[in-house]
Design a protein around this ligand. Structure first.
Ligand SMILES: [Ca+2]
Ligand SMILES: [Ca+2]
Length: 335
């Protein structure tokens, strides 16, 4: 028996090694990183990107909006088939205030709003949009506002806002360096694929804008209290949050992702070009090779439902910081 035991152990080890070679462990469904971010595995696949909704249909479902607004959505067309050739991990949530603070403390990075001295934007009940040159909804830029102060209360579990596209690049670069895995912003195609989660409708839950009040933090009755001049554009119901909500306050989509719609707009990697969808490659499009503005997606706590659709594209310069704009990162499946 004593002579047999080592041979048996050796044979079992061989069987086990063979099994491992033939059947590698499946990739984890969720990654948790050093800042406490969770990443959900998004499978490779194909989807129809963009929207070609008839302005008549939009006019019927968004009756308070002027016709010209529907004609400004041409950059969502043509609808085109896109293949995402490799699985990737996408943040289950938007990057939070607490995670961004830990990044700053660990790295010494100075967010752009502080480094350039001009600050960000913020909510101030005494501020009158009619008195500003652009009629902007928020006060700024002003050094009193930054990622840590958008003028309204935020807990550590709220999405960080007032962060620039360049700030997102810095966070992704630091994580890549310190963890040895590549982090980056999602491409615009990856973002829309993930938002849809297999759905073909305006929102992951369907086409009805009013149903947003149950599935996302957008411009609802609780927010309209603070912006009475835009009350008619608010959802008829309350979603429970006047400003940002703790991430994950609403049910996830089919991929297990929270707040793809609403809460904070999310920077994506791509430059924006009005006609890009007409020339976009069919597999893993990376956006135009150059441009002046970067795309942001998904709408925010202050966004009207037309602009909180999965396909809606908005954009700003990479230096823009605003009370509505945050981020969500990709962690690549292989280092
Ligand atoms: Ca809301
Ligand atoms: Ca969001």
């Amino acid at each position: 028996m004593t002579d047999f035991a080592p041979a048996l152990a050796c044979a079992l080890a061989l069987i086990s090694a063979t099994a491992a070679a033939q059947d590698p462990a499946p990739p984890p469904a969720v990654w948790r990183n050093s800042l406490g971010m969770e990443f959900v595995r998004i499978p490779a696949g194909s989807f129809a990107m963009g929207s070609a909704e008839d302005p008549e249909a939009l006019a019927r479902d968004f009756p308070l909006l002027e016709r010209r607004r529907f004609e400004l959505l041409a950059d969502e067309a043509p609808v085109h088939q896109v293949r995402i050739s490799r699985a990737f991990y996408l943040g289950r949530h938007e990057v939070t205030v607490g995670q961004f603070r830990r990044f700053i403390e660990a790295s010494g990075y100075r967010p752009e709003s502080e480094a350039d001295g001009t600050g960000g934007y913020g909510y101030n009940p005494a501020y009158d949009p009619a008195g500003s040159a652009r009629g902007d909804a928020f006060e700024g830029r002003d050094p009193r506002y930054s990622w840590s102060n958008p003028g309204f209360a935020q807990g550590d579990d709220h999405p960080v806002v007032n962060v620039t596209w360049n700030d997102a690049q810095a966070l992704a670069a630091w994580l890549s360096r310190t963890e040895g895995h590549r982090y980056r912003l999602p491409t615009e195609a990856e973002w829309e694929y993930a938002c849809r989660g297999g759905s073909h409708s305006r929102y992951p839950h369907g086409d009805d804008p009013q149903a947003l009040a149950r599935s996302a933090n957008t411009f609802d009755q609780s927010a309209a209290v603070f912006w009475p001049r835009w009350r008619q554009h608010a959802l008829a119901d309350s979603d429970g949050h006047a400003f940002t909500a703790p991430v994950g306050s609403y049910a996830p989509n089919a991929f297990g992702l929270h707040d793809m719609i609403g809460n904070a707009w999310e920077w994506v990697a791509d430059w924006h070009a009005e006609t890009y969808y007409a020339e976009s490659p069919g597999s893993d499009p990376q956006g135009p090779s150059e441009g002046s503005v970067r795309v942001r997606r998904g709408g925010s706590w202050h966004t009207w439902p037309l602009y909180a659709r999965c396909t809606y594209r908005n954009w700003n310069t990479p230096q823009t910081r605003y009370t509505l704009v945050g981020m969500r990162l990709v962690r690549e499946a292989a280092p």
